[in-house]
Design a protein around this ligand. Structure first.
Ligand SMILES: [Zn+2]
Length: 281
């Protein structure tokens, strides 16, 4: 009899063990133990593994840019969203917009809002200034005519290959004018593509590189995928801010008509061009 009980207990114990092994495996697959630490990996200009936010962020940033309301970075939104996922991206975007200056509010101002002042992020504010004097550019294109299809440092798949996109893609109709964002000098005006078609082995396609010497720094602005023969400038030419330099096309490594708007510093580091635009100009 004791033997039977012992065997029964042994089988029962083994069953319980197997159950927990299977349960643990299932919960791990479902990430119940939250071993994913990538959420907290946010730099000022870059949210690592950000592709999971693209569907939430793109429509919101696109709508606000189209309406000329101003730009709020993904990193700011994700920082707040991670504190309370019941806030929507649209709500956080709006809360972070200074509607008069049409730019992102300093974080301490956002933390003054009642709904945010209990969150841990607000206890430890250490952020660079985001003031208007650091926004030397005007718009590269009429934003009311664009849809944002890719934001700065978006992780995405293009033609089956994964890529981190160090620029903005602003979809617009073929022929939409593009403008000089500063008083600057044309470094490159390259218009080798004579037909407005995609080249999967190409890069920027027809492109213009504009040098901007603004008080804070020197920037190089690249306008990519431009329409054949649309250049209104030549290498070495001085252009004034707001002047049309070319038109939107879809030449080079492109999936449809859009402006690839890329900004580099003097040492070739790609920076967030949208963050350099004064929406009130
Ligand atoms: Zn692009």
């Amino acid at each position: 009899m004791n033997k039977v009980v012992a065997i029964g207990a042994g089988i029962g114990g083994a069953c319980i063990c197997i159950f927990f092994v299977i349960l643990t495996a299932c919960l791990s697959v479902l990430n119940f133990f939250n071993t994913d630490t990538t959420n907290s990996d946010i730099e000022d200009e870059y949210v690592k593994n950000n592709s999971k936010y693209s569907n939430l962020y793109l429509p919101v940033v696109s709508k606000n840019i189209k309406n000329n309301d101003g730009y709020v970075t993904l990193s700011r939104i994700v920082k707040l969203y991670n504190e309370n996922t019941s806030f929507s991206f649209a709500e956080i975007y709006s809360d972070n917009l200074d509607k008069i200056n049409k730019q992102m509010k300093p974080l301490d101002e956002v933390c003054d809002m009642k709904k945010y002042n209990n969150i841990s992020l607000c206890n430890n504010i250490n952020e660079q200034d985001n003031n208007l004097s650091s926004k030397p550019f005007s718009k590269p294109i009429d934003f009311s005519k664009v849809t944002v299809t890719s934001y700065f440092m978006q992780e995405r798949i293009v033609y089956g290959k994964s890529d981190v996109h160090g620029a903005w893609d602003l979809a617009a109709s073929n022929g939409t004018p593009v403008y000089a964002v500063c008083d600057g000098i044309i470094e490159v005006s390259s218009f080798k593509y004579l037909s407005n078609s995609i080249d999967k082995n190409g890069g920027y396609g027809n492109y213009i590189k504009l040098r901007c010497d603004v008080p804070s720094a020197t920037y190089y602005v690249i306008y990519g995928h431009l329409y054949p023969n649309s250049s209104k400038v030549k290498k070495g030419m001085n252009v004034s801010q707001g002047k049309q330099i070319a038109s939107v096309g879809t030449t080079g490594y492109s999936t449809g008509p859009h402006l690839h708007f890329e900004v580099q510093t003097n040492d070739k580091k790609k920076v967030d061009g949208m963050n350099l635009i004064n929406f009130n100009t």
